[in-house]
Design a protein around this ligand. Structure first.
Ligand SMILES: C[S@@+](CC[C@H](N)C(=O)[O-])C[C@H]1O[C@@H](n2cnc3c(N)ncnc32)[C@H](O)[C@@H]1O
Length: 219
């Protein structure tokens, strides 16, 4: 929603926004209600089980699909919503040479200080290279039209700002912890992450990630 050009929205005759989070849908409705985009409807729904068949000519998704380990289920569901020769324009975080913040959260939760809280915990995050993602997309009924990846860096400028961002992104991990321990967990993750992503002085609060854009054609 936030990253797609508003002109693209108004150009389309009918739009459907879906997210499994009621809070995200309420937020989006509050900012893009009927007065702004009368052709936009909202739905609380999971990408793995979208309730549409052969309905759309284009699906877009921004930085949501890397939260779905069952990626083929999600891509097959997206494929089902598309008309023949419909397209999916997907942006998500891919796997690259450098460990991700989520890799470091996984390593942190396995350490002796935290492991007791994570019995039966499964990594909530998807880690695929562009090549691996291409293979999953092809197995889900798509032809890959384009794929590109950029190595991105966001400087949060302070530990407080970086830890606020990390606290939101790490809810799947911190929701296992007592409230009083969550800040310590986030700080432990960020201390370890610094050595991975930004070992040089002055780069302490830089978040680095591989941003993949992939265009798919439903065949
Ligand atoms: C970083 S936010 C991106 C939100 C929005 N697309 C944007 O660009 O601002 C990640 C979103 O992925 C959604 N998400 C997580 N699991 C999902 C699933 N199984 N199906 C669809 N969306 C999911 C979350 O609810 C959250 O709104």
């Amino acid at each position: 929603m936030t990253e797609w050009d508003a002109a693209e929205y108004s150009r389309r005759s009918s739009l459907q926004e879906a997210d499994p989070s009621r809070d995200m849908i309420s937020f989006a409705q509050g900012h893009f209600g009927p007065a702004t985009l009368p052709n936009l409807r909202f739905l609380v729904a999971d990408a793995r089980s979208l309730p549409f068949q052969n309905e759309f000519d284009l699906v877009v998704s921004f930085n949501a699909l890397h939260w779905i380990p069952e990626q083929q289920t999600a891509l097959s569901s997206i494929h089902s919503t598309l008309v023949s020769s419909g397209e999916a324009q997907l942006r998500l975080v891919s796997k690259g040479a450098r460990k991700s913040l989520e890799n470091v959260a996984e390593e942190t939760r396995r350490t002796s200080r935290w492991s007791a809280y994570f019995q039966d915990f499964e990594d909530p995050y998807l880690h695929l290279t562009p090549e691996e993602y291409t293979a999953v997309a092809e197995r889900s009924g798509f032809r890959v039209l384009r794929v590109s990846t950029k190595d991105q860096a966001w400087d949060f400028g302070s530990r407080m700002a970086f830890s606020g961002f990390c606290a939101v992104g790490c809810v799947a991990w911190t929701s296992r912890l007592p409230a009083a321990e969550r800040t310590d967990f986030i700080n432990d993750v960020l201390d370890r992450y610094q050595a991975v992503a930004s070992p040089d002085s002055g780069e302490e609060n830089i978040f680095k990630f591989y941003q993949m854009d992939i265009s798919l054609l439903a065949i």
